[in-house]
Design a protein around this ligand. Sequence first.
Ligand SMILES: [Zn+2]
Ligand SMILES: [Zn+2]
Length: 312
Amino acid sequence: MTLPLPLPPCSNRDGVNSCDHFDYASTMASTLLAPVKTERDILEHSMYEDDPNANTQLPNEVGSEPRWGPRHRGAQELAELYSPGKRLQELVCVVLCCTLCVTAGLLMAKYIRPDGFLLLAAIAGVLTADFLSGFVHWAADTWGAVDLPLIGKNFLRPFREHHIDPTSITRHDFIETNGDNFAITIPVLARIVWQLATYDVNEINEKFHWISYWYLCCIFVAMTNQIHKWSHTYFGLPAWVVCLQEWHIVLPRRHHRIHHVAPHETYFCITTGWLNWPLEKLHFWYILENIIEALTGCKPRADDMKWAQKRS
Ligand SMILES: [Zn+2]
Ligand SMILES: [Zn+2]
């Protein structure tokens, strides 16, 4: 690996070999600054979403069974498991969540004032949403199987489908994209509306920072899969969405490609992606997987690998 800075000549000052210190500092710097996945990793181990005509298909892959995309046999099988019952549940959750969100926003409007702590509470809410997106995504990608009762088809299936056909999300409508995330926020939003409707003014003013924290967290949790869908959309995005991506207020497209490099073991946060780099450098997911494997004997991503291999 090349070092980002040239090495200076070694000097011996006060009996201390400064070269040792510099080597250590350089190693630390190169470890921290090293890209999590190189351009070559991304090119060779992920699908070319910005190239729907597959013009950049590698020569050794031409003519072989599809490794990713809508022609992948496993992806087709998973897409067929989306049921009308699941669709109805998603529709009900989207309507309920939108109603609660608008009601809470209207009730909160008269309490909002310029305040540094309010801004901090809002940022903390967004960070919490980003971490939760990473944790749920990591858990669903890494453990469990599609044939598990109840959660398999309803919850884990879209995660498996997404790895072998990442562009499928761009063909899902608003309800299929957002139904599950909207559902998660309903209990918290219902509590916020209940607090705003039943507490007296002093009590609401006292708790307003917490209410704002949970409200922002819910908005970003609810929007996570829509943001994720935008990160896979290389054509026809509105200019304001592209600006939000380029300013890294929501998950940027190039940033999310790092997760889509097989075997999909890093960069799980998909709301803003702000926590991906620090969690990767702390080996957070790796450590967690090792602890769980030691305790249960389960292999991480075994089911994900099984679906990836169903190519014909
Ligand atoms: Zn994933
Ligand atoms: Zn993705």
